[in-house]
Design a protein around this ligand. Structure first.
Ligand SMILES: Cc1ncc(COP(=O)(O)O)c(C=O)c1O
Length: 362
């Protein structure tokens, strides 16, 4: 039987809710009244067969790329699906980072790829080690897949390492897919898209995580024009046209992108400081810290993390994402940037649960 589901996505939709929700990955929602659009101007139908040109231009301008290279998609989820489905055939070798965002693996398995992994080691700060990648890549590799920032750890991959990855992919005729949905959560010296580094790169992203407008489902792929065309044709199988009112609102969001980002930045940065202070006081937790991103991936040093998280949710009304969804069962992911009061109280509950857990170790 072909793989046809995502355990992580199902858990996230049905089990992650709690009063103190640390299982998030995106920033606080932006209300529609904050977008510079008169709702009377909203239209239901429009000229958007293969995407709405003003939106494609806005995405292209955001990245400094040709609009021909932009493929609109329903969020980064559909972007990843379309990108992988257009590139790989059943049985093709695909090299995916470990730990990985579950749905990326799920899509690769659904597409019947021959999935191989390369390790991002915690002892190496979760960085991509090009030597490790070199050991894993083969002449059969068709695609290398990474996230930048890395989900779950928020670790940034530098341009020189990205270039090495691109060169390695190019040397065997493969492509490198970089999911950049969190990249704009590097608030200082924000890196430019990997797409600009060479024709081996295909990039996916969206406005869903860093800008607070997830419900617009404004996502996209950056690919060379031929491949971009294939992706648009493939998308014909899934959705005749995009949702036009969503595209109009997304164009409005693009005119105010910096403001949307700054609005969330304050919350993300305050939460991060709280989290660093919290970590410094914990003897049963360790984490690789970053100065950016909306998530962190601490490890419980002693005890069973799944059991701990179950208690945390049932007794302390606080949720975090179990590391098993990233194939790292001793870790868990926490999210920043939604609401500092809630975050602070969530950390407080986490502290209390850790003390109790220490006393009655499971
Ligand atoms: C790395 C990564 N890619 C894609 C997605 C899906 O994003 P979207 O909501 O834009 O579909 C997520 C969501 O958590 C993610 O973490």
């Amino acid at each position: 039987m072909r793989h046809k589901h995502s355990d992580y996505m199902h858990w996230s939709k049905t089990q992650s809710h709690a009063r103190f929700n640390l299982a998030t990955s995106g920033v606080a929602p932006c209300p529609v009244c904050e977008l510079p659009i008169d709702l009377k101007e909203l239209e239901i139908n429009g000229d958007n067969n293969y995407g709405y040109p003003p939106l494609q231009q806005a995405i292209a301008a955001h990245h400094g790329v040709d609009p021909e290279c932009v493929v609109e998609s329903a969020g980064t989820s559909m972007a990843n699906h379309l990108a992988m489905a257009a590139i790989i055939e059943p049985g093709d070798e695909v090299l995916i980072e470990h730990p990985a965002y579950g749905p990326i693996l799920d899509v690769a398995h659904y597409l019947q790829a021959n999935v191989k992994r390369f390790r991002r080691a915690e002892e190496n700060g979760w960085a991509i080690d090009p030597a490790e990648l070199r050991r894993r890549i083969t002449p059969k590799t068709r695609l290398i897949v990474i996230t930048n920032l890395h989900n779950p750890t928020s670790v940034l991959t530098s341009d020189p390492v990205l270039r090495e990855i691109g060169d390695m992919a190019g040397s065997v005729g493969a492509l490198a897919l970089v999911d950049e949905v969190y990249l704009d959560a590097v608030y200082e010296n924000t890196p430019r898209t990997a797409f600009r580094l060479g024709s081996e790169f295909v990039v996916t992203s969206s406005l869903t995580k860093v800008y607070g407008v997830s419900g617009l489902r404004c996502g996209w792929i950056l690919a060379q024009p031929d491949l971009a065309g294939k992706m648009r044709r493939l998308n014909d199988l899934y959705s005749a046209t995009p949702v036009f009112p969503g595209e109009l609102l997304s164009v409005a969001a693009f005119t105010k992108l910096n403001l949307l980002r700054e609005r969330a930045r304050r919350i993300v940065e305050t939460d991060r400081k709280l989290f660093h202070d919290f970590l410094a006081e914990q003897s049963n937790l360790c984490a690789v810290s970053t100065s950016w991103g909306t998530t962190s991936f601490p490890r419980l040093l002693n005890g069973n993390t799944d059991a701990f998280l179950k208690r945390l949710r049932s007794e302390f009304d606080t949720s975090a994402v179990p590391g098993r969804f990233f194939e790292m069962p001793d870790h868990f992911r926490i999210g920043m940037g939604v609401n500092t009061e809630m975050f602070a109280e969530g950390l407080n509950q986490l502290s209390r649960a850790l003390i109790l857990f220490d006393e009655h170790a499971i």
